[in-house]
Design a protein around this ligand. Structure first.
Ligand code: AGP
Length: 608
């Protein structure tokens, strides 16, 4: 959600900014712009729409000389997508330029005050308030002005700032929105995410909330809000740029679907040692695990869906009560915590605003928080008491696939480990479940081999108006994710229902030819769900089913069946989701849509 890149160094800045912004496209945007400081003038070029428009306007950046600049991709919050509303924004005499990611919550109040002081606003954005506020406080010392602005603005922000009077320096700050600093021999960078600068450097600093960055071509200095210099640890990014590029696949989503066997293996294998699950990162002793009375899982979107699956698996295996909440609900519903509650916050990006707020609320309530996070060094990873990283590698497609699968895998490890420690399963079952876990990657790979059939089926239903997903238990949780995947990238209206709920309302929506996708992997629920499928069929619905190899009797009811390999009933979600991900992908492809960057969506939702 919004992308920031900044560069100061020996090379021409504009092409570097454009290149960096292109690596942040996955975050979602509707306009873009760059500001270059050259010969004592800040020149801004902005464009609505794709980055290519900005490229054309600037001759790929070549027409904008200068070795220092800031760039931005905007995902509209305040004010429609337009050239005027896109960033960077100037102050009134064009001596300051600002790019911003986040939301200034008290912007209206600040805007009113600044208007009374004679400031004129050209855009409808909250960001322009920052540019004018900087102007108001700036008396020759940028640090001082920035620190004052930080005490006045409320909300979340990462800012990149240029001052005409300081032509060799970029300033940056963050509160709540992600920002990193990259350093290299030939210049220094700021960026919202690592892929933007990975081509140039692997050496990065993670900026903490309320920290200020001052950087020129040769030096980066960090300050706290009191403008005191602080020291920070330099980190080296271990993954390759290749991991964040398409590598021959038509889309990142397809590449990431195909990376799932590896992602699941990378999440599981290092945590199984000598046939035992080892979760040292949790820092929870066996006694500590036995003392837990309740687990609360909090997340958004697909991460929430992994929590729904985990509820079935954790309760089934450990007999611990599990609550699952959407983070946006949790934070406002005044949750009741008991002693010895373990709160688990799940997030691919580690920057989701609601999830982060939920984590902080849990801390305020004195609870211990475990993060299940993909992005190393992200806010949730840093603020959680302990983190189990999913190690899925960079995920670029807005529609998550491999991070979702890796999250599931981490939950399985927790469930099996807790079940053994709490005496709910014996050594034999423990060993069998671990064996099953180890085989999951190969079983996912086997399903990927069937993609042509799914593509053919998807092309048949690409013009559907509504598609429904049903299932019971773990299969219901997979239906939720299958439906989300489909709607977010195909724009087809889709809902998921617990199969038993059909006759309490949704069945009235079934017409001749309506596609209903059923997930039927749970042996003890098989007949129940098949009965619901029969109800759909007798009303003219078309049934596509995902079930386990061997359940051939389902073909008496289903019109089309996709089979997945056998596994433990607790782990079927990792397999049954794969045909549904491919189905969503191929429907989107058949409709000629932008698979990786669906409209109105952002990869990382850093605003409430
Ligand atoms: C999934 O495909 C979505 N793009 C979205 O629901 C996502 O899972 C959600 O925004 C949570 O993101 P996070 O995992 O980065 O916190």
């Amino acid at each position: 959600m919004c992308g920031i890149v900044g560069y100061v160094g020996q090379k021409q800045a504009a092409p570097i900014l454009l290149d960096g912004l292109s690596k942040l496209e996955y975050r979602g945007y509707d306009s873009a712009g760059i500001a270059i400081l050259n010969e004592d003038e800040i020149r801004i070029v902005k464009a609505k729409g794709r980055l290519n428009v900005l490229r054309q306007l600037t001759g790929n950046g070549e027409n904008m000389p200068g070795t220092i600049g800031i760039g931005h991709t905007r995902w509209a919050t305040h004010g429609e997508p337009s050239v005027t509303n896109s960033h960077p924004h100037y102050n009134r005499n064009r001596s300051i330029a600002v790019v911003h990611n986040g939301i200034i919550e008290n912007y209206q109040q600040l805007k009113d005050r600044l208007t009374r002081k004679g400031y004129e606003f050209l855009s409808q954005t909250d960001t322009e308030v920052v540019a004018h506020l900087l102007d108001y406080y700036y008396k020759g010392n940028p640090l001082e002005a920035i620190a004052k602005v930080m005490t006045r603005v409320e909300g979340s922000y990462a800012l990149g700032i240029l001052f005409q009077e300081h032509p060799d320096t970029i300033y940056a700050v963050r509160k709540g929105s992600p920002l990193i600093v990259g350093v290299s021999e030939t210049g220094n960078y700021i960026a919202s995410d690592v892929p933007a600068i990975l081509k140039y450097t692997r050496d990065v600093y993670y900026i903490e909330n309320m920290e200020i960055v001052r950087m020129d071509a040769g030096q980066v200095t960090f300050f706290n809000l009191d403008q005191e210099e602080i020291t920070k640890e330099l980190h080296t990014v271990s993954w390759d740029l290749e991991a964040a590029e398409k590598g021959g696949y038509e889309h990142f989503m397809l590449k990431e679907i195909y990376e799932q066997p590896k992602a699941v293996r990378d999440a599981i294998s290092p945590r199984i040692k000598d046939g035992r699950i080892v979760l040292d990162e949790m820092n929870l002793s066996d006694d500590g695990i036995r003392e837990i009375r309740k687990i609360c899982i909090v997340a958004c979107g697909s991460a929430y869906h992994t929590g729904v699956t985990a509820k079935y698996v954790l309760e089934g295996l450990t007999r611990l009560p599990v609550e699952v909440d959407l983070a946006s609900e949790f934070r406002y519903r005044q949750p009741i915590m008991e002693d010895n509650t373990l709160v688990i916050v799940v997030s691919q990006s580690g920057e989701t605003a609601d999830s982060l707020a939920a984590l902080r609320l849990a801390h305020e309530m004195g609870e211990r928080v475990l993060g299940i996070v993909n992005v190393v060094g992200s806010s949730i990873a840093r603020e959680a008491d302990n983190v189990l990283y999913t190690w899925a590698g960079p995920e670029i497609s807005v529609a998550t696939t491999k991070a979702y699968s890796a999250q599931l895998a981490v939950f399985y490890l927790i469930a099996v480990h807790f079940a053994r420690v709490r005496g709910q399963i014996g050594e034999d079952e423990y060993g069998q479940l671990i064996e099953e876990l180890k085989q999951l990657p190969d079983k996912i790979a086997a399903i990927l081999g069937d993609r042509e059939r799914i593509q053919w089926f998807a092309s048949k239903f690409s013009s559907a108006r509504d598609i429904f997903f049903i299932g019971r238990g773990v299969d219901y949780s997979v239906s939720l994710e299958g439906s989300l995947k489909l709607k977010e990238i195909s724009y087809i209206h889709s809902e998921a229902y617990a199969a038993g709920e059909l006759k309490h309302g949704p069945i009235s929506l079934i017409e001749k030819g309506t596609l209903v996708v059923s997930v039927v992997t749970q042996p003890e629920l098989f007949d129940k769900t098949v009965s619901n499928m029969v109800e759909v069929k007798s009303r003219g619905g078309y049934l596509m089913t995902v079930t386990t190899i061997g359940n051939y009797s389902i073909e008496d009811t289903a019109n089309t069946t996709m089979y997945i390999p056998k596994t433990s009933r607790w782990f079927t979600a990792s397999l049954s989701i794969v045909p549904l991900q491919l189905f969503a992908y191929y429907v989107s492809l058949a409709k000629g849509l932008d698979v990786d960057k669906p409209r109105n969506l952002a990869k990382s939702v850093t605003v409430e």
